[in-house]
Design a binder for this molecule. Structure first.
Ligand code: DGY
Length: 327
């Protein structure tokens, strides 16, 4: 079975594929045009797919009929038309759990960075503008006992809530499609409506899976209803927030600050005015960027491919209802 891998991944994943005797195809370079990418896929049975530059939609599946399985090197699968893949019996593997700690660490980091204006203060130091002690300048806010609202309390949201509760004794409220019994029992988390979530959160952290109905859900109407001391954190997908509305909400001081590991659009333009604000910290989508998480992702993605190659169900699959390994 031929497996196309569009970028280098940690060796642990490669080893698993090699031990299984699978033929690995790496591209000649890593910045493939759409046409080049299609050519590689047309010559493969399966893809271990890194990044979300290329969309797996009807057009792709029609252009690449040889593809029978896709193992994503991500937990998110918003760049895949799952319905279309399922109709074609193509399993879509993903990499949950192994990056939950790393990604929630970044949400936790951003929450504190924004609360204490870390980016702004770091920038001042870099500019040689340390400044004299000033009792009133660049004051942060403390998080102790505040309310953390989680939009999408799954595995990553749980880790963020647990850390915040342990560190700052934060009260946890959340909004989900389905109540999360474990979080309610272990963290005393309270399920609330979306309206209650946005009105009552001192920190609102987005952790849901992104779907088209979430497109720019966090827009001016939402920011207007949030608390003026609220910190908006997005480590999920940039599409969740309307970036210009977020900028205006920050400028008008409708909310206190924002911590973003994902932006809209992505990558963010360096002249985006949001970067000028002292109440913001932006990172370039590094949620899963630890040695441990990336090794775990390589292992899971490779195991998804090898399971498929043996005619087995992928251990981590975004469309587990389908199973038809036609090799
Ligand atoms: C994920 O795994 O979904 C991360 O956001 C990387 O894309």
């Amino acid at each position: 079975m031929k497996v196309f891998i569009n970028k280098r991944i940690p060796e642990t994943g490669i080893k698993i594929l090699e031990e299984e005797g699978l033929e690995i195809i790496f591209p000649q370079h890593e910045n493939l045009s759409h046409e080049e990418w299609l050519k590689y896929c047309q010559n493969a049975d399966a893809i271990l797919s890194i990044g979300n530059d290329f969309k797996y939609n009807k057009g792709f599946f029609e252009a690449c009929p040889s593809i029978k399985a896709i193992a994503l090197y991500s937990v998110g699968f918003d760049h895949v038309d799952i319905k279309e893949a399922s109709q074609r019996n193509i399993p879509i593997g993903n990499t949950p759990d192994v990056l939950s700690k790393a990604t929630s660490d970044v949400a936790f980091l951003l929450m504190q960075a924004v609360a204490r204006r870390a980016s702004y203060n770091f920038q001042k130091v870099k500019e040689g503008n340390w400044g004299a002690f000033d009792p009133l300048h660049a004051l942060g806010q403390e998080l102790y006992g505040k309310t953390l609202g989680i939009f999408g309390l799954g595995r990553i949201g749980f880790e963020m809530a647990e850390k915040s509760q342990k560190a700052f004794d934060m009260k946890i409220i959340y909004h989900n499609r389905h109540p999360n019994g474990e979080a309610e029992k272990e963290l005393g988390a309270t399920y609330v409506s979306f309206e209650e979530l946005i009105k009552n959160s001192d920190v609102l952290s987005v952790h849901a899976n992104f779907t088209p109905e979430h497109q720019e859900l966090f827009n001016h109407e939402v920011f207007e209803q949030m608390k003026t001391n609220a910190i908006f954190i997005n480590t999920a997908r940039g599409g969740f927030h309307h970036q210009k509305d977020l900028y205006h909400a920050l400028v008008k001081k409708q909310i206190w600050g924002a911590g973003l590991d994902v932006t809209n659009p992505e990558p963010m333009m360096k002249d985006d005015p949001i970067l000028e604000l002292s109440s913001v910290c932006v990172l370039p989508h590094i949620g899963s960027a630890t040695i441990e998480a990336r090794n775990g992702m390589a292992k899971l993605a490779a195991e998804n491919i090898t399971a498929f190659s043996k005619g087995q169900r992928m251990p981590h699959c975004a469309n587990p209802e389908i199973y038809s390994p036609t090799l």
